[in-house]
Design a protein around this ligand. Structure first.
Ligand SMILES: Nc1ncnc2c1ncn2[C@@H]1O[C@H](COP(=O)(O)OP(=O)(O)OP(=O)(O)O)[C@@H](O)[C@H]1O
Ligand SMILES: [Mg+2]
Length: 334
């Protein structure tokens, strides 16, 4: 979450490398390729936003990184080393999660203190008194008054619960936090405050975020890089300013066109969306063609010949589209 430059600064370290990751769910009705060959890098101290509509595989990918689910094939490297499917305590400490609904992820029977004490006890937070001090410190870090310690989650507001969820994630001093729609259940003003807190925490602790969201306006404000997921495929990836300025994949164009805007100037900057917005992703997933083929009005013959290869458009950005939106396309020519 820094003011993203167009290229990676020298020495920008890859913390997590995802290589050709597949996750199949075998159902009676057929096999769902929730992840269909995902390869991505997550850089230390940066925010990678994972965007895509419902069912595109965002949470499934987050779960692979967290180690709460096992891939069908492929691998994930952490600091250059293979992460085993079964994570040890140390690795679990280093990768934490904050999920969408603080209503369901905080145990209603426990007090805030008990909720925060659990990760501290697991990850060697020292004797009781020391843990209590750390809990007070964690609450201060996330902006919760320390006299909330003996409260239960039901007596907190949505924003306060999400702050407690964040404090719980921070308790083990992680390197990475997977943020799965962390603000989508909150009011816009509360959402903005939580996002600001996330930005501050990242700057303070050098945290790395995988930020999963539907909300592209949030992405624009906080992500350094964006990966666009469509039916388990990353169809476009790059630094946020460049991806927003010049989206190339037709699906990215469609997503960006649906962002609500406040002014006519902003509207004019949006790429046009020139096909039926109600078309849904009901078609069966295909691994032998471009995954977006059934919905794409710009399809050409090569789209059905295989999954399109990655095409680099700059040192940082690439797309996987056979007939991309032309570079520099304006409002009338795309
Ligand atoms: N445990 C499971 N069993 C069967 N199918 C699953 C399972 N988990 C996920 N899927 C399927 O995998 C695909 C990706 O699901 P996932 O939850 O990762 O999507 P998502 O992008 O997080 O969606 P949303 O935005 O709604 O949270 C979907 O088709 C989903 O139905
Ligand atoms: Mg999800």
């Amino acid at each position: 979450m820094r003011s993203a430059a167009a290229a990676y600064p020298a020495g920008d370290e890859v913390l997590i490398r995802i290589e050709d990751l597949w996750r199949d769910f075998v159902m009676r009705s057929g096999t769902i390729h929730a992840l269909a060959g995902v390869s991505l890098d997550i850089r230390r101290g940066r925010t990678l936003a994972l965007v895509g509509e419902s069912g595109s595989g965002k949470t499934t990918l987050g779960n692979q990184i967290l180690g709460t689910d096992t891939p069908t094939s492929g691998r994930i490297l952490f600091e250059g080393r293979d992460m085993p499917a079964r994570r040890d305590t140390q690795m679990r400490r280093r990768i934490q999660v904050v999920q969408q609904s603080p209503y369901t992820t905080l145990n209603p029977k426990r007090t805030v203190r008990q909720i925060l004490d659990l990760p501290l006890s697991i990850h060697d937070g020292g004797p009781r008194r020391q843990r209590r001090e750390r809990i007070a410190e964690l609450l201060e870090i996330v902006g919760i008054p320390s006299d909330f310690m003996e409260r239960h989650p039901h007596s907190l507001s949505g924003g306060q619960r999400q702050r407690v969820a964040l404090a719980r994630a921070l308790a083990s001093k992680p390197d990475v936090i997977v943020l799965d729609e962390p603000t989508s259940s909150l009011d816009v003003s509360v959402q903005a405050r939580i996002l600001r807190l996330l930005v501050d925490l990242q700057a303070r602790y050098g945290l790395t975020y995988l930020f999963i969201t539907h909300d592209l306006s949030v992405v624009r404000n906080i992500a350094d890089e964006v990966a666009v997921l469509y039916r388990g495929h990353v169809v476009e990836h790059g630094t946020t300013p460049e991806l927003f300025r010049a989206p190339r994949h037709r699906y990215t164009t469609m997503l960006l066109s649906s962002i609500p805007v406040l002014s006519e100037e902003e509207e004019a900057l949006k790429p046009a969306w020139d096909w039926d917005v109600t078309a849904t992703a009901a078609e069966p997933p295909s691994t032998g063609t471009c995954p977006f083929l059934p919905r794409c009005p710009h399809a050409v013959a090569s789209c059905s010949l295989g999954v399109p290869p990655r095409v680099a458009t700059s040192p940082t950005n690439w797309h996987a589209c056979c007939n991309p939106r032309p570079e520099g396309a304006d409002a009338d020519a795309r």
